[in-house]
Design a protein around this ligand. Structure first.
Ligand code: FES
Length: 374
């Protein structure tokens, strides 16, 4: 399995950095970059931004956003993700999206493809309200869910819903490099009409005989037979008989990934499986677990928290806007200090109560009353 945080290294520009250091002396306490931002937000150096160039509806609830990144952007590897800042109703949120375009784009832009999540205010805002000309703060590309540089492998993609985005980026990249190996792609979507990139990938399969696309429409068989359409070992054997000889890249909802992991682990092939998650895999909250009163010390705000609700969500629901990035325990952008009390790691169930220790509010919940340095 892969998923590792990678530090965001800013590209080096020695001459520009030297000039900026000098001009910063004259603009103190601000920085030159703050004035440059008034002319063109893409030229700033204190914060990386991107301009929305185009929006494109893929399906009725999924949209591809084309972004032109600022000067400090460095190219991504196909399959990586990026943090995007979204201002909504005067508050600033951060979400992480896979880059859906290949790095080989000639115009220096990249795309993210966002599907509306049920009850998701931010994804809804992106899909419904974002428009060309908007500027968004972004991070640098991150993540180890990508194809190896050297030796092309025989990939098997197993994706569902918007989990198709990294696979699309990888495919497009392999095609652009003219090194597409024998590739099998099993993709799950409710219907043909709401398959993100569905038509594009079917056309790719017609043009590239090495690309074998198997869309599976989980809601088109009717209620009784629907279960037969979900991922299973039998279905895998049928659609990709040589799956044991392939390197598998899986991205989709937790249920799909858990089943895929089970099949690969049972076969003793876990090292050939690479998984990208939408969110952290949380363990079941023990029946006797209790939440508690959470005090956010710096903000002088308190809130009641349930045992299964992340402290990041508790803070946001209380009207705070703490720093965060991936929301699944990878990037450490949300790290804060536990000042008192007890928290539970929702992934492992481990309980921590040492005052002064660093905790990640996105994957920790209150285990009784607690106080955080937020
Ligand atoms: S937001 Fe990334 S680790 Fe918490």
């Amino acid at each position: 399995m892969t998923e590792a945080a990678r530090p965001e290294a800013r590209p080096q520009r020695p001459l520009l950095d030297a000039i900026t250091r000098i001009t910063d002396l004259f603009t103190y306490p601000l920085r030159t970059s703050h004035y440059v931002e008034l002319v063109n937000p893409l030229w700033t150096t204190h914060q990386l931004q991107a301009r929305v160039m185009e929006v494109w509806d893929e399906t009725r609830d999924a949209r591809t956003i084309t972004l032109k990144p600022g000067l400090n952007w460095r190219g991504h590897r196909a399959g990586q993700h990026v943090r995007v800042g979204i201002p909504v109703d005067g508050r600033h949120y951060t979400r992480t999206y896979t880059i859906s375009s290949p790095p080989e784009r000639a115009d220096g832009c990249f795309t993210i493809t966002v599907k509306v999540v049920e009850g998701g205010r931010i994804s809804r805002h992106i899909v419904r309200n974002l428009k060309p000309g908007d500027y968004l703060p972004i991070g640098l590309p991150q993540g180890s869910f990508h194809l190896p540089d050297a030796q092309p492998v025989k990939p098997l993609f197993v994706t569902a819903g918007s989990g198709i985005t990294p696979a699309r980026s990888m495919l497009r990249s392999l095609i652009a490099q003219e090194r597409l190996p024998d590739t099998v792609h099993i993709h799950y979507a409710p219907h043909e009409f709401d398959t993100i990139f569905g038509r594009e990938l079917r056309e790719l399969a017609e043009r590239h005989p090495r690309y074998h696309f198997h869309p599976v429409y989980t809601r088109e068989l009717g209620e009784q037979q629907r279960g037969r359409q979900y991922f299973s070992r039998d279905q895998l054997d049928r659609l990709c008989p040589d799956w044991r000889t392939r390197e598998c890249y899986a991205c989709g909802p937790q249920g799909l990934l858990a089943t895929v992991e089970g099949v690969w682990n049972d076969a003793g092939l876990g090292r050939h499986l690479h998984v990208e998650r939408f969110r952290a895999a949380f363990a079941e909250v023990p029946a006797d677990a209790v939440g508690g009163a959470v005090k956010f010390a710096k903000s002088a705000v308190s809130a009641q928290a349930a045992a299964g609700t992340s402290l990041l969500r508790v803070a946001e629901d209380a009207g705070l806007n703490p720093p965060h990035g991936c929301r699944m325990g990878i990037c450490h952008a949300c790290d804060t200090t536990l000042l008192a009390g007890c928290v539970r790691d929702l992934r492992t169930g481990e309980v921590r109560n040492e005052a002064g220790s660093i905790v990640q509010p996105c994957i920790c919940a209150a285990a009784g009353d607690c106080e955080l340095d937020l």
